[in-house]
Design a protein around this ligand. Structure first.
Ligand SMILES: Cc1cc2nc3c(=O)[nH]c(=O)nc-3n(C[C@H](O)[C@H](O)[C@H](O)COP(=O)(O)OP(=O)(O)OC[C@H]3O[C@@H](n4cnc5c(N)ncnc54)[C@H](O)[C@@H]3O)c2cc1C
Length: 341
């Protein structure tokens, strides 16, 4: 149950972000009888996709229906879930944080779980942003099966090289890699050999944009006017974590292939004591199932950490001569079980 401290609602944990990662942490914390408030702005990353794949038992479920189901489960354990946006989280003078939101009053939290996800910025090519998550895709594991055997275009990316084209070649015999002005001579011989072995065609010219017919991708247009009929176009988005709250608290970042992300230990704990970061806020590679797992791990660790902090304080008070009837009964039970009585 939430309590009051200095006139403000106070929780054991405020979870910022109610996507899979945040809700998964909230689920395990709620089941551990922690007072938890989830503040969610309601913009999960996979919202543009019609279906979610690769999550055992939920494969093919619409993302919004999946999250609605998880919210129902989490709320059943007394967790409060509100639609709002956290604008600041600052250290409290006591143990914990003051969390400020756009629409509600500030609340206190002893611990924070930041599960704010990331923002995808698809490449700046005409038509790409409009079709993002529909037939402009980025992930063979999320949507690859659904576009198997189709005419697939892949935009070359320096960071990942030809990797995406090779992955999609396992799903279709009709894959074309568009170099979009990248220097073809810079591709090593080994890449050309792999592309040939995978049956991937390569187009070298600069792209001008997409050709869309009705509500479907029809092709990819080059600057010289040529059009290549494609029903799917694979692009590399720039992925930027929504980590403003974390960096404002002083969380350390680390360099990753997708750019800087907040540094976390295997439980999601950041370099700021009391602050966990999970899901895409802490790593670009986290899929839904990984986000759920990260949230679970953080919830378990955080609960144990709070429990031990409280018990250590209670033991300290006891040593100082402050006794509670419940505490004394617990000590008596522990002694009795140790002596085999
Ligand atoms: C088009 C597309 C399709 C995808 N398909 C799949 C798929 O099929 N299978 C799969 O496993 N993965 C898929 N993914 C990846 C998937 O979206 C992520 O793995 C997953 O969303 C990560 O969960 P998360 O909880 O970390 O972040 P998110 O789901 O993005 O949730 C973050 C939440 O935090 C909220 N938030 C952010 N800032 C604040 C704030 N300051 N205050 C309050 N709330 C805030 C956001 O509004 C959002 O609701 C896809 C990604 C994309 C782009």
């Amino acid at each position: 149950m939430r309590t009051q401290q200095h006139g403000r609602d106070a929780y054991d944990v405020v979870v910022v972000g109610g996507g899979t990662a945040g809700l998964s942490a909230a689920l395990i914390l709620g089941r551990s009888r922690r007072s938890v408030r989830v503040v969610d702005a309601g913009e999960p990353r996979n919202a543009p996709a019609a279906h979610m794949h690769g999550y055992p038992s939920r494969d093919g479920m619409p993302p919004a229906a999946f999250l609605a189901e998880v919210r129902r489960e989490v709320a059943a354990y007394g967790v409060e879930i509100v639609r709002d946006r956290v604008t600041a989280a600052e250290p409290d003078e006591a143990d914990g944080f003051v969390v400020t939101t756009a629409d509600g009053g500030p609340v206190r939290a002893r611990r924070l779980v930041v599960a704010t996800g990331l923002v995808d910025a698809p490449p700046d090519l005409p038509g790409v942003a409009e079709r993002w998550g529909k037939d402009v895709l980025h992930c063979p594991f999320c949507h690859g099966w659904e576009v198997r055997d189709q005419a697939i275009g892949v935009l070359y990316a320096k960071a990942s090289g030809i990797h995406q084209a090779l992955l999609f070649s396992a799903l279709s015999d009709d894959v074309t890699l568009f170099l979009h002005g990248a220097d073809e001579d810079a591709l090593p011989d080994s890449d050309w050999q792999l592309l040939a072995a995978a049956g991937v065609s390569v187009v070298t010219g600069k792209l001008d944009g997409l050709v869309v017919t009705g509500d479907a991708l029809a092709g990819v247009r080059l600057a010289d006017g040529r059009v290549f009929a494609r029903s799917v176009f694979v692009v590399p988005p720039r992925m930027t974590p929504r980590d403003g709250l974390l960096t404002a608290l002083g969380a350390r970042t680390r360099q990753t292939p997708a750019g800087p992300f907040v540094d976390v230990d295997p439980t999601g704990l950041t370099s700021v004591p009391g602050v966990w970061a999970v899901g895409n806020a802490a790593g670009a590679a986290e899929q839904v199932v990984n986000a759920a797992s990260a949230g679970y791990r953080a919830g378990v660790t955080l609960h144990a950490e709070l429990l031990h902090a409280d018990l250590a304080r209670a033991a300290e008070r006891r040593r100082g001569g402050v006794f509670s009837p419940e505490g004394e009964r617990a000590v008596a039970r522990a002694r009795a079980s140790r002596s085999g009585a």
